[in-house]
Design a binder for this molecule. Sequence first.
Ligand SMILES: Cc1ncc(COP(=O)(O)O)c(C=O)c1O
Length: 400
Amino acid sequence: MAFLSDTLARVKPSPTIAVTNKARELAAAGRDIIGLGAGEPDFDTPQNIKDAAKRAIDAGKTKYTAVDGIPELKAAICAKFLRENGLTYTPAQVTVGTGGKQILYNALMATLNPGDEVIIPAPYWVSYPDMVLLAGGTPVPVVAGIDTQFKLTPAQLEAAITPRTKWFIFNSPSNPTGAGYTRDELKALTDVLMRHPHVWIMSDDMYEHLVFDDFKFCTPAEIEPGLYDRTLTCNGVSKAYAMTGWRIGYAAGPVALIKAMGTIQSQSTSNPSSVAQYAAVEALTGPQDFLAENRTLFQRRRDLVVSMLNKAPGITCPTPEGAFYVYPDISGCIGRATPSGTIITNDEVFAEALLEETGVAVVFGAAFGLSPNFRVSYATSDAVLAEACTRIQKFCAALV
Ligand SMILES: Cc1ncc(COP(=O)(O)O)c(C=O)c1O
């Protein structure tokens, strides 16, 4: 009898975490490493949020809570959805989990049966296909390439839907491309979904607050109220409030689905950390002005990285609408060789050689379902970004 499960054989460890670990190891061994792999803001959680957590500890809010979230947090989430997205939800329609990741996982575990298909626009966040596989479903990636600014077209969505489609996962702004759908672009997709009443929509709005220029964030249930009864609107405090380590994510949707997700959570992890939940109440109800400051900061970094990468021979880097990632195309580098003789046959080799020869750690595109590309997380200082991009420029210029 095999010790490891068949389920485990279906999934692979997160490649983004692998790159981050490799970069850490090299740095610990004394190499001059610049890590552009990790998907988290480089600044600390705001003080008012940390203070709220300290108050919660001192007040003894350190016991088990309701499995899917304390009433105060559910109320704050309902208020957030109304204020920022024009969506009305009651606390019974809201669930809180240990990060956005657990929320998505709970939903897939609660709904997928063998053979159920989940449409995932590619490039995608690395965890979507593996979570679908863990839950016993079939991921259906649909590539949205650089020609459509990494956005799925209505015709592509229509063509991917079958009688077995259970979910369509929508992520805007996107990890790994930063692409954000305009209202018109999203409406064109929701029009398709209106014609297929058996398809549910999982909207992952994790990067809602990280949008640039005059881009306006929008989410499916807001754009098409006709989809409200089959949409799970997912979000979290990790990225917007620099709270990746606190592990709080949430979602709102139909009560039956929310209850089912709570059942999965009750038999796996139970409630998310009580202290982190009180911190999240403060994040959602406290001062929000730093969100705009962060947008300005990240926009400046985006502009720096896009302009410098576009000066690297063989690289084309589109300008994304949001998040803190860019996803440059490296077609012009494929087939060429580094001065030490490594032939760049694909983006994984590119990323390995880049790390080995320049110390810059990026994640290769194949991990996200579209090659040849790589992902840069620009959640680090201007000076570090400028140095990393200079090294990338030199690396590309030296290819023969
Ligand atoms: C698109 C997307 N969704 C969800 C998550 C998960 O966020 P959390 O850290 O809250 O689990 C991430 C984190 O990288 C992400 O990029």
